[in-house]
Design a protein around this ligand. Structure first.
Ligand code: GLC
Length: 533
């Protein structure tokens, strides 16, 4: 008998000790909701980070459940209007800027419906989106995101195409939507009825500044009104903090991260505020689209396979070793890393630890993903030290990650912090055992393999240091020699269930919770007051 890891039982366990700490969700009513998800990026139109996928798949899962979920993002210049069939739904929308010299920015809203039945609205503005080659990285980003936030609200108010029950905002870029709703639009007859949910995908980024080094003069307590679009002071307003303060309900992308951020180590300076509002703070782990990520049908991999014929997987391992010009050997444990080269992800720890492992063990390491220059240098040095054991591709790539998931034996993910992490879930779906640090969403999705019981879907260590990671790497090397146990581990990983259906249901309960929080007027103001003063 195989043990099935479902989110239900893993999170069920995790729910128990935290009930008093963080608000717990009860079953919502079974009504159909209208939800507008607002964010800087949504796959496939614009896809830079993990949350572009989250918004795309969550909205699809909500539509499958019968809800009317729609998306609202900027119309970047690189979005192909013809390919996606964009149509004008609101021309000449005037978005107030609160600036006397230029009181309104003129925008259009276009819309497209995808094959899954999800409508996406695109806020069009030449200056702030159309002419920009990238999604992020401009000095006037706060203006661009204030425009998106207020643009979404004005669109609902003026155009009448879609009036949602819930606006679901994501990360700091749209953090001030809740702030606008509770101040500027609090008497508006359409907008005042809408509840807001704010999801924090990563607390590290709170605005267009580094909150860790903000001067006292620039400190934003969240009480002041939102600055005009063109005021330099908009740059120092903490959109993330305001999202937490003013939204009706707030969540992060895993239960463990939602508890971790209540401590100074993970709270990024917002831990005290989060403790104040913890009764409206929840954690919902991200899911995976099990149709798109399916080793049985995936045409980006060399050889399709499933749980029943997982032996075929080794053809992908061979293809991967050839791709990276490494000796082809099934007996060698092949480790992979997929993702941004970022200190958050512990890439430095991987490289430092591998120096010890690669010298003495029959192990290979391959990597794909671009990022920080110093980490690229570290990888280059590792490659030059072990040319026959290391393969690197320090640039983003669309297809290689799938080959790594389907051909590696293990995927490394030793993050310093990890709100959710999607790579470990993708890896498990393809039968690569994740080696993770017990933080955030990694702790919620990966359980240490116990060879005496045959339980667990990966390798887990606690402390962020070379010894701890080394220990799990050696465990993996030894376990790999026992084909039967390794097979069991692979099956456990592939049977883990993190499909979006479960998480989408949790979001619906969160939306219902936000609606009831908003209707209890006393609660709303008490919670903001408590946090502010
Ligand atoms: C951010 C987080 C990551 C999470 C993703 C989607 O990129 O760092 O852990 O999976 O958002 O929520």
């Amino acid at each position: 008998m195989y043990l099935l890891f479902t989110k239900n039982n893993m999170l069920g366990y995790l729910n128990k000790p935290e009930k008093k700490l963080i608000g717990s969700l009860k079953d919502g009513q079974d009504r159909k909701l209208k939800i507008l998800l607002v964010g800087a990026e949504v796959s496939p139109y614009a896809s830079v980070g993990g949350f572009a996928m989250v918004l795309a798949y969550l909205s699809r899962a909500l539509v499958r459940m019968g809800h009317d979920a729609r998306l609202f993002i900027p119309k970047f210049g690189f979005i192909d209007e013809e390919k996606y069939g964009l149509e004008m739904v609101c021309e000449g929308l005037e978005v107030p800027t609160n600036d006397e010299t230029l009181p309104n920015l003129i925008c259009n809203v276009k819309a497209a419906k995808d094959l899954a039945g999800v409508t996406t609205y695109f806020l069009e503005n030449q200056e702030y989106y159309e002419k920009r080659a990238n999604v992020y990285g401009y000095s006037d980003d706060p203006t661009r995101w204030a425009l998106l936030s207020r643009g979404a609200l004005e669109f609902i108010k003026i155009c009448g195409d879609f009036v949602p029950n819930i606006i679901h905002c994501n990360d700091w870029h749209t953090g001030i939507v809740g702030n606008y709703l509770k101040t500027v639009y609090k008497e508006d007859k359409v907008l005042s009825k809408i509840s807001s949910v704010f999801t924090m995908h990563n607390l590290r980024f709170q605005g267009n500044f580094d909150h860790r080094y903000v001067s006292e003069l620039d400190f934003d307590d969240g009480k002041s009104s939102i600055e005009s679009f063109f005021s330099p002071r908009l740059n120092t307003q903490n959109f993330m903090k305001r999202g937490i303060l003013y939204s009706d309900a707030v969540n992060t992308v895993s239960k463990t991260y939602s508890r971790e951020i209540l401590t100074p180590d993970f709270g990024e300076g917002l831990d005290k505020l989060l403790l104040e509002v913890k009764s409206k703070l929840f954690g919902i782990v991200n899911g995976l689209d099990y149709d798109e990520f399916n080793p049985q049908t995936d045409n980006l991999i060399e050889q399709n396979y499933s749980l029943r014929n997982v032996g075929l997987r080794k053809l992908n391992k061979t293809a991967l070793q050839k791709e990276y010009d490494l000796p082809v050997s099934d007996n060698t444990l092949l480790l992979g890393f997929v993702g941004r080269l970022d200190m958050q992800k512990g890439v430095d720890l991987i490289v430092q630890t591998l120096y010890h492992v690669l010298t003495d063990y029959d192990v290979q390491f391959v990597q794909v993903g671009g990022g920080e220059g110093a980490l690229v240098d570290m990888l280059n040095h590792l490659k030059s030290t072990f040319p026959n054991k290391v393969g690197i591709h320090p640039y983003p790539n669309f297809t290689l990650p799938r080959l790594l998931f389907s051909g590696s034996d293990c995927i490394l993910y030793p993050s310093r912090f990890e709100p959710c992490g999607i790579v470990q879930i993708e890896a498990m779906r393809y039968g690569a055992a994740p080696i993770v640090r017990k933080v955030g969403g990694l702790a919620d999705t990966v359980e240490n393999f116990d060879s005496s019981k045959g339980t667990g879907n990966g390798f887990v260590f606690t402390d962020f240091n070379e010894f701890s990671l080394f220990g799990q790497l050696v465990r993996a090397v030894e376990l790999y020699k026992n084909k039967k146990l390794w097979h069991k581990l692979m099956q456990n990983a592939m049977k883990s269930d993190f499909s979006w259906e479960y998480s989408a249901k949790e979001y619906v309960r969160l939306y219902e919770r936000a609606i009831s929080f908003k209707s209890k007027k006393g609660y709303k103001s008490r919670s903001i007051e408590a946090a502010l003063f």
